[in-house]
Design a protein around this ligand. Sequence first.
Ligand SMILES: [Ca+2]
Length: 341
Amino acid sequence: MRFSRPMIALAACLATATISAAPAAAQDIPFDAYMQLVIAKARAQGVSEATIARMTEGLTPNPRVIELDQSQPGSSSSPGYPPLQRYIDRHVDTARINGGRAVYNETARLHGPIRQQYGVPAEIIIAIWGHETNYGGYRGNFDLSRSLATLAWEGRRRELFESEFIALLKVADKGYSRDRLVGSWAGAFGNPQFLPSVYLRLATDGDGDGMANIFTNQADTMASIARYFQDAGWRPGIPWGVRASVPSGFNVDAYRTELVAPVCPRVHERHSQWKTVAEWRDLGVTPYNSLPSDTLVSLFQPDGPGNPAWLLTSNYRVILEYNCSNYYAMSVGLLADEIAR
Ligand SMILES: [Ca+2]
């Protein structure tokens, strides 16, 4: 289900969720005629003529975007999972840890107010930022207008991308130039790689200058990610998860969840049933760090018996809301722990 880079997987998660629902309308009408229909919808939703003109001038489909979209594997149905540890070694390396610690120190003045307002710790926010764009080092340089128009016209997920294209015009209407509105081939942009609809709903002005500048402003970036997490149900004061010891010979499979998650079931099926920390302790599963005994957690031992195991809280599920991948969520959690260490 992953796009070519973890940073755009928010889009991937949304996109995967809609694959089966959207009819394949692939290029059923010429691009220019299709764009006139979309522009009419944008106009009806209040987008200004000046914005429509500058965002659609010279617009043509981008063959590279079509190629990238069509090379997406979609949900894998093959059995088994690649090892987590290999992914962690690659994504929580020394450079990314040091980069995160540097941002953490630079932004120290923001941490208290953000935690106060949104309940989200800075190290989680910075770990997301590190995974999405390497702390702003790579935000993508596709013309978002062209990418989203192409994906909408291409038709595989027309409903999703047509509404994202119109949302992009509304973002532009706030005073962002087309040159500024660049990002991933799949339409995500800025430090947190928000889709336009996510920007409209959740991007936040963290420094009080009237703009939610998630491209270059640290306060705006951090407040916007914090608001995303708050909106997705982050609970203040509990960790995403903690390492746990599992008795030798413990059969994790005996506690498999019976529930089938409505979105990305292949991710959720790997977690055990929910039990309280006290119930796990009675079974011999012991968290390395303190967790209140009534906290509901699921057990996850990604690389199988004899390998590290974690007790995951509901906050882990919030990281999955950003990108529904156990590799991504574990990597964000472990990087956050390293940044705050
Ligand atoms: Ca601002």
